[in-house]
Design a binder for this molecule. Structure first.
Ligand SMILES: Nc1nc2c(c(=O)[nH]1)N[C@H]1C(S)=C(S)[C@@H](COP(=O)(O)OP(=O)(O)OC[C@H]3O[C@@H](n4cnc5c(=O)[nH]c(N)nc54)[C@H](O)[C@@H]3O)O[C@H]1N2
Ligand SMILES: Nc1nc2c(c(=O)[nH]1)N[C@H]1C(S)=C(S)[C@@H](COP(=O)(O)OP(=O)(O)OC[C@H]3O[C@@H](n4cnc5c(=O)[nH]c(N)nc54)[C@H](O)[C@@H]3O)O[C@H]1N2
Ligand SMILES: [Mo]
Length: 761
């Protein structure tokens, strides 16, 4: 039987700022809820400090000149979630079949506490039973060895350290594939593809210190108050200097409106708030290409109107020296009708002109963005349009300016750096051959979407998950859950029970691992690991808390044990020596990527991290033309589908009380939603037009026109300040509506920010 919501649903506007007393109250609720032992509270003080552990929540940089408490409400939740004293032991699994547990909510599964023992699925009783580590590893090895490596997938979620990730990627390649999908495939892959093509690097060019130099910020589709709250300090400081922040977001997200610094006693006492966005534009979901085309059109028009000898608003010197194809882009912009821009963006021209004026007069501009741009059918085009705008005024490769994608998981960018990629061109193939004397596979591997196709069509036979909740995070929930039991082998390495674990293959193992905050002792003593943040700074992280159970193994150890059983033995790869001393893994990383990781071990605990460098930031463009590339968009809408009567664009959202598929609780404070995750956010005029009333229960059905029936019932009609034609509902529950083939064209990121749906009464 599924458990009940802790509170009766209540939906009422929240009037406070981001941060402030609301976050303090929320913090006060978290620690008792997770039953964190008082002596481990002190761990919060070590979060994101140079000698402490890197927060397991978001990827925002950990500064060198840190605050007394360098954590936020969300980081505290993530820490408490890992340090909980609650446990999910073999006894628990004796009481519950997987069939029964599939009726539980995501919240209840994880809230039960940390996994304590390695577990094997027993089909006869439909239960997990405790097993030996050696038994699990031997069985996994025996199942994987006879399989065609092409049919085996090694997923990872972006929390895993650089050390474990490096070993995992190497293991896959030595085994014979590059089937290395990761959470990045559902996230910033549009950035990796778009920025690489445009400016020759797959990551942002900017750093935290740029906040102190920029004079304007364009802010697209990222919910800073919930998903990267420590950035609010940077935004606040910038605002105090008078920096203009221009936000484009269909929803009025509180963190983008107002912030009270909970670490500033005077602000807290006086309820002083900083206004974050100086302009807030509620663009339609999928309307950003139109907005940016509009801004570009103003810039070009003003530049055309300049008097002879005047500088104009375009940086012509930069454009001619550093870029390619401006004329094609400019011709397209000139030819675009203002009326089309208004219709597709959902904004009036005065709003776009206001934004363009600020951009035109600012000398150094940051463009910050998140899932609101990347998770669209034209997500890569969104990213390219950001670059187009920046290039027009030379805003890349100078202090205070450039693209700033806000990454998700705390090491998602780092995983890519050390070889977690399905793309051969991004793998250090020659180095691996030289160092280890084997031939890495040349064939491209499976990304997330391709993995899902393979699970559904039966060509994927085994999935190993290093963290994450793959089945819950991916699209097409029903077909994926139905197909999963056909796998020969499902192995999940995790800290807490989640829905993916409730779907067994023919053989299934659930392997519990240490979290990053826990002490990791190996043969040579306590170990540290490392992660890379959103601004390409690499940090050491040392866990000190006693592990949740004596039976847990570290991720590097688990990877090594599997590797030893599935890859041919190789005198140059001694997995045991690496596990005994992670510094030796870092030596191997340094040998593989000498430019980035020079003196890795010596620099591991550099305050603020050490920067891996960025050629585009130095205006060296690693593109085929040797220049930064302008791009001509293929249209003005990013949704990838036509508008039709009754068809809405569904935005799938995170609440302030979740980390991806981990649901911390049922209070999305900033949106005023308490006690439920079934809210359907809708514009009041759309409500009236569709004859809906507040609180009415409705369903959504997929309107993708592909003949597949997808439906989500039980949604509560919730009037909300959201553009007409757009709806909002929470992820991951809404993934049941997301078609697998509805993804970004080039990057394959599921298009979770504009899903075509109809409301059904
Ligand atoms: N506490 C917490 N922190 C997290 C996470 C978490 O779940 N909880 N997740 C982590 C991960 S993996 C990631 S990737 C990041 C995600 O962080 P974000 O990038 O902030 O992702 P979302 O919360 O999905 O919301 C994106 C924002 O885009 C807006 N949006 C939707 N469609 C559009 C559009 O078409 N145009 C524009 N301009 N805006 C749009 C939405 O209203 C929303 O404010 O956060 C990371 N940090
Ligand atoms: N509709 C829709 N779908 C989306 C998104 C969206 O916005 N809308 N966002 C997408 C994005 S941006 C992302 S990144 C993905 C997230 O996809 P994933 O990264 O796969 O999912 P998470 O929810 O972060 O994974 C949570 C699980 O990780 C495990 N875990 C936690 N810590 C550790 C650890 O230290 N080690 C190990 N081994 N396991 C650990 C726990 O068991 C926990 O249950 O979802 C994507 N899916
Ligand atoms: Mo993400």
């Amino acid at each position: 039987m599924s458990k009940q919501s802790p509170d009766k649903p209540r939906i009422s506007p929240f009037k406070g700022p981001a941060g402030g007393w609301g976050s303090v109250r929320s913090l006060a609720e978290i620690l008792p809820r997770e039953r964190v032992a008082p002596e481990t509270f002190v761990e919060l003080a070590r979060q994101n400090k140079p000698d402490g552990f890197a927060c397991v929540s978001c990827a925002w940089p950990k500064p060198a000149d840190h605050h007394p408490a360098e954590f936020c409400e969300e980081g505290a939740k993530a820490t408490a979630w890992e340090l909980t004293t609650l446990r999910t032991t073999p006894d628990f699994f004796q009481k519950h079949t997987l069939t029964a547990l599939r009726g539980w909510r995501d919240y209840d599964l994880e809230q039960h506490g940390r996994l304590t023992h390695p577990l094997r699925y027993d089909a006869a009783t439909d239960k997990y039973v405790a097993c030996d580590w050696a038994e699990a590893f031997d069985a996994i090895g025996a199942a994987l060895r006879p399989l065609d490596p092409k049919s085996v997938v090694f997923y990872s979620s972006g929390r895993t350290s650089l050390e474990a990730s490096y070993m995992y990627g190497l293991m896959a390649r030595m085994y014979g594939n590059q089937n290395l999908p990761d959470s990045s495939n559902m996230c910033h892959e549009s950035t990796s593809v778009g920025l690489k093509a445009a400016i020759g690097v797959p990551v942002g060019t900017t750093r935290q210190e740029d906040f102190a130099i920029c004079d304007a910020i364009l802010f697209f589709g990222q919910n800073v108050g919930s998903n990267a709250p420590r950035m609010l300090h940077d935004l606040r400081k910038a605002r105090k200097r008078g920096v203009e922040i221009i936000t484009f977001n269909p929803l009025r997200e509180r963190g983008l409106e107002r912030f009270t610094d909970p670490q500033n006693p005077i602000e807290m006492a006086t309820l002083d708030e900083t206004i974050i966005s100086t302009q807030y534009h509620q663009v339609k979901a999928g309307g950003d290409i139109a907005v940016m085309t509009g801004i570009a059109k103003y810039l070009i028009a003003w530049d055309d109107a300049k008097a002879p000898g005047e500088a104009g608003v375009l940086d012509h010197d930069f454009i001619s020296e550093h870029t390619n194809d401006f004329s094609a882009f400019a011709a397209r912009v000139r030819a675009t009708e203002w009326s089309d821009i208004e219709r597709e963006s959902g904004l009036d021209l005065a709003a776009i002109e206001n934004a363009a004026r600020v951009y035109a007069r600012s000398k150094a501009v940051l463009a910050i963005y998140g899932m609101g741009l990347t998770q669209h059918v034209k997500g890569v085009e969104n990213v390219r349009m950001v670059v187009n705008l920046l290039l027009m005024r030379g805003n890349i490769g100078k202090p205070g300016a450039g693209p700033m994608p806000v990454r998700g998981h705390s090491n998602v960018q780092g995983q890519r750096t050390v070889g977690i990629t399905e793309k051969t061109e991004l793998a250090p193939v020659d180095k691996l051959r030289e160092l280890y004397g084997f031939d890495p596979p040349a064939e491209k591997g499976l990304d997330t979407v391709a993995t899902c196709r393979g699970v559904i069509d039966g060509s994927v036979k085994a999935v190993v998950g290093l963290g994450g909740n793959f089945l819950r995070a991916v699209p097409e929930t029903v077909a994926m859950e139905n197909a999963w039991p056909r796998l020969e082998l499902s192995v999940q390495i995790a800290t807490k029970l989640n829905r993916n674990h409730l779907f067994a293959g023919r053989q299934t193992y659930l392997l519990p691992c240490l979290g990053r905050i826990e002490e990791d002792v190996q043969a040579t003593g306590p170990q540290a690991v490392s992660v890379e943040d959103s601004t390409s700074c690499i940090h050491g992280s040392r866990g000190k808390v006693k592990p949740a159970s004596p039976h847990l193994l570290s991720e590097p150890r688990i990877v090594a044990e599997i590797a030893k059983r599935i890859v041919p033995s190789n005198p140059r790869v001694d997995w045991d020596i690496w596990v005994a001393d992670y510094a030796r893994i870092r030596d191997a990383i340094e040998a593989t990527y000498p430019e980035i990781f020079e003196d890795f071990n010596a620099r591991l605990f550099t305050p603020g991290g050490f920067w891996k460098g960025n050629k585009a930031a130095d205006r060296i463009w690693l593109t085929p033309s040797g220049k930064a590339e302008f791009f001509v968009p293929t249209g003005l809408s990013a949704t990838g589908f036509a508008d039709a009567e009754g068809r809405y664009r569904l935005i799938t959202l995170r609440s302030n009380d979740q980390f991806n598929t981990t649901i911390y609780g049922y209070y999305d404070r900033f949106r005023g939603v308490k006690g439920t995750r079934d809210a359907l956010f809708i514009n009041v005029e759309d409500m009236a037009a569709a004859n809906l009333c507040e609180g009415q229960i409705v369903a959504l059905e997929s309107d993708a026109g592909d003949g597949m029936r997808r439906r989500r019932d039980g949604l509560i009609v919730t009037p909300y300040d959201i553009p007409r034609g757009c709806l909002g509902a929470y992820y991951p529950e809404a993934n049941i509506l997301l078609p697998l083939e509805h993804h970004a064209a080039e990057s394959h990121v599921p298009a979770a920010k504009s899903v075509p749906v109809r409301i059904v009464i």
